[in-house]
Design a protein. Structure first.
Length: 399
């Protein structure tokens, strides 16, 4: 029986932990949160932070593991690659995974290798950014280099906003580095979804449309993704060609990816994110409903060095979305109500660990998500109509 170390035991990582156990692996979990729900499904748990590479390496060596999995976790992906490389386990190169995990390294790599990329520069101090800000064409995006879910990301339209936005970005950066990059004007929705390479070949992708909250304080507070993509096929083809070129140039092997991209009004495709891990907001689970392909077992098998060659591209059938359930006010969570007709026609699943009495915050970004919905629709028109009016169908009570 192969022994797998799973980095993290959060609610959304439970899918991979359960899958690995059901597939016959001996599953060991680790993180610094012993009460995380995923640990109870594993054979063993160890209290070691998933971002402490050397501590995880020491643990992995002691446990004599056969593979290490960083499912749906940006911070854990470099740790998994680092440990696997040190121990001679299946992995893509650590240096490549690190590039994909840090926005400033990724932008630099894209620019040096002929990919479309906006003007961008990283900083550790506000004062240095302040000196340079006039060299950028406003608006610009101010981002932590190592966060996900749009945490700490702001669109700057006036130089007077810089200090506050830098402070916000740094508050979410583990490395205390932030990025300033020129804003890309989109032609169509942001492209979002998951993909998978096997032995360095992009064999599967399910790319949809990201949508945002119109009521949050930030312009780019994500609420979820919906499928199928409404972008022209040529745009998707150009994007996947760039993804394959990136996979090849970085020497990536068999792994899952979370993809974020923009098609600009300048007619160019820009890869914003290509994280070497599965999407965290139930994207693999929606993908399974939409295409019949369950990427979770493949993420596990790839980490174990087992055969993934049967993974094939499948089209999206029907109309689907995830949705980040959230509160429109700050206070104590008091429950949730679903419209009756909506629950019959659109409801597929609701995943949450938020309990009555828990503190909730008025929605700012993904950190304020209190649960995830998986939804189905009868048509593209219905999908976008329901998404636009979701507050009519999902009501979060707050005291």
């Amino acid at each position: 029986m192969k022994r797998l170390l799973m980095l993290g035991g959060s609610l959304y990582q439970t899918y991979a932990i359960k899958a690995a156990v059901e597939m016959g692996y001996y599953v060991i979990t680790c993180d610094y949160l012993p009460d995380n729900p995923g640990h109870k499904f594993a054979h063993e748990y160890h209290n070691v932070s998933t971002t402490d590479k050397n501590a995880v390496l020491e643990l992995a060596a002691q446990l004599k593991i056969d593979g290490i999995v960083a499912y749906a976790s940006d911070p854990a992906a470099p740790t998994a690659a680092f440990v696997a490389e040190k121990l001679g386990l299946p992995t893509s190169p650590y240096k490549s995974v690190e590039i994909l995990s840090k926005k400033h390294l990724f932008r630099k790599y894209l620019a040096e290798n002929g990919f479309n990329v906006p003007k961008a520069k990283s900083y550790t101090r506000f004062e240095d950014a302040e000196k340079d800000i006039d060299s950028f064409r406003l608006p610009v995006m101010v981002k932590p280099v190592d966060s996900s879910g749009s945490k700490g990301i702001n669109k700057l339209t006036d130089k007077s906003q810089l200090k506050a936005f830098v402070e916000d970005a740094l508050s979410y950066s583990r490395d205390k580095i932030f990025l300033i990059e020129e804003f890309i004007v989109k032609d169509g929705p942001q492209i979002s979804g998951d993909a998978f390479s096997v032995d360095g070949k992009l064999v599967f992708h399910c790319l949809g449309n990201e949508f945002y909250s119109s009521k949050a304080d930030k312009d780019f507070a994500p609420l979820g993704e919906c499928w199928p993509s409404i972008m022209p096929q040529k745009v998707i083809d150009d994007l996947t060609a760039d993804l394959q070129r990136l996979i090849t140039s970085l020497g990536m092997k068999s792994t899952a990816y979370n993809v974020e991209a923009i098609y600009g009004t300048d007619g160019k495709v820009y890869i914003l994110e290509f994280g070497a891990r599965s999407g965290g907001s139930l994207i693999p689970q929606v993908t399974k409903y939409a295409t019949g392909v369950d990427m979770v077992p493949y993420a596990v098998k790839a980490a174990a060095g087992d055969d993934c060659s049967d993974l094939k591209m499948q089209p999206v059938k029907g109309f689907w979305s995830n949705y980040m359930v959230h509160a429109n006010a700050t206070g104590k969570y008091d429950g949730i109500e679903f419209d009756g007709k909506f629950k019959v026609q659109n409801f597929v699943d609701y995943v949450t660990d938020t309990k009555p009495g828990d503190n909730v915050h008025k929605y700012r970004d993904a950190q304020d998500c209190i649960g995830e919905l998986i939804l189905k629709y009868g048509s593209m028109e219905e999908m976008f109509r329901v998404i636009e009016d979701m507050d009519k169908y999902v009501k979060v009570r707050v005291k």
